[in-house]
Design a protein around this ligand. Structure first.
Ligand SMILES: Cc1cc2nc3c(=O)[nH]c(=O)nc-3n(C[C@H](O)[C@H](O)[C@H](O)COP(=O)(O)OP(=O)(O)OC[C@H]3O[C@@H](n4cnc5c(N)ncnc54)[C@H](O)[C@@H]3O)c2cc1C
Length: 320
């Protein structure tokens, strides 16, 4: 979802209008792609090293792990078309089921992933666009960023960060944090769970735990890679703690749930998502003239929704 900023005046340029996009996550790339296809002059600024944002993939200990968005839906024809023209035949579905801790299968629509890591979706959609990695936008003066003036600015940084950039009071409670733990073992999961992709337990401390082995080619033979996402309450309670404090607790619970042999652990990796998902839809305050926020703050935290928010932001600019 997105909300428009104050009236836009992006026709300063006589030739191609220009837009700065803050963030190379899926919303930013969707917006940039639409504008570039309509001959806008588009530059993406990204503070981290590459594409993806929360659609994150980590090359870790020889494995390829999606430690942000685990999978995605394809509900709209527009999203389907865009993915098929940019990702070719690299999309797959997870065939194994998601279960409750009590062993009931949770039915759901197809769960898609990118063969080479979910961040590749964003990289594929962004192919050919101008993106500056490792380039945080820290200040915007009247739509001038790093010495260049733009006709419009689309910020896809999570809402609290966008508000801070605009000099407005950030509302950190709009998002819930998430503490994520990656675990790698040299042994398999318990026999009765080998055909299970994930266990969803929104009320428990281990809100989500999944075996990345169900994405073929991601995990070396003989190893097991688990992704653990803590509940909102556990994540909030331990957000500022040192990772060893909370990762030890999550690891014990995960080993119990998946029947792992504790002494077969090869590696673990904690990750703190400060703004993981929308906690409650939040109205976006009025932003400076010429700015648009595009992101999940006012709606759902899903890749497809973020993609739609980016497309909608681009459409608002193109429609003038
Ligand atoms: C742990 C986790 C699990 C999830 N699981 C799923 C799932 O299974 N399925 C699903 O559909 N969705 C899932 N989601 C939600 C989904 O990942 C997000 O809704 C989506 O990726 C948001 O995309 P976005 O482009 O709006 O924001 P982001 O991906 O957050 O992109 C914003 C980008 O802006 C950059 N940025 C921020 N500030 C600045 C600045 N000042 N200058 C430059 N760059 C800046 C950031 O580095 C980032 O790359 C999950 C999210 C998390 C965290």
């Amino acid at each position: 979802m997105l909300l428009p900023a104050a009236a836009l005046s992006y026709c300063d340029s006589m030739s191609h209008p220009s837009a700065a996009i803050i963030g190379a996550g899926i919303a930013g790339v969707a917006a940039a792609r639409q504008l570039a296809d309509a001959n806008w002059d588009v530059v993406i600024f990204e503070k981290s090293r590459g594409w993806g944002g929360r659609c994150a993939t980590k090359r870790w200990e020889g494995q390829t792990i999606d430690h942000g968005a685990q999978f995605f839906t394809i509900r709209s024809e527009g999203f389907r078309k865009s993915l098929s023209s940019h990702c070719g035949d690299a999309l797959r579905t997870i065939e194994a089921p998601v279960m409750t801790p009590e062993g009931h299968v949770l039915a759901g629509e197809p769960r898609y992933f990118h063969r080479d890591g979910n961040s590749r979706i964003v990289r594929d959609l962004g192919a050919g666009l101008t993106m500056h990695p490792g380039t945080p936008v820290e200040k915007i003066d009247n739509r001038t960023i790093r010495g260049r003036s733009f006709d419009a600015v689309i910020s896809t940084a999570p809402l609290p960060q966008t508000l801070a950039l605009a000099g407005l009071a950030p509302d950190a409670s709009a998002y819930q944090p998430n503490l994520t733990l990656l675990l790698l073992y040299s042994s398999p999961v318990a026999a009765h769970l080998r055909d299970v992709y994930a266990i969803s337990d929104p009320e428990g401390t281990l809100a989500w735990s999944a075996s990345e082995n169900h994405k073929p080619g991601r995990v070396e033979d003989g190893k097991t890679a688990l992704i653990i996402q803590a509940s909102e309450s556990f994540s909030r309670a331990h957000l500022e703690d040192d990772p060893p404090v909370w990762s030890a607790a999550l690891r014990t619970l995960a080993e119990d749930r998946w029947g792992m042999k504790a002494d077969s652990i090869l590696a673990s990796h904690p990750h703190r998502w400060r703004y993981a998902r929308v906690a409650r839809p939040t109205p976006v305050p009025e932003l400076p003239e010429g700015w648009i926020f595009a992101g999940d703050a006012a709606g759902e935290s899903r890749l497809e929704s973020a993609w739609q928010a980016g497309c909608e932001a681009a459409r608002i600019l193109m429609d003038g």
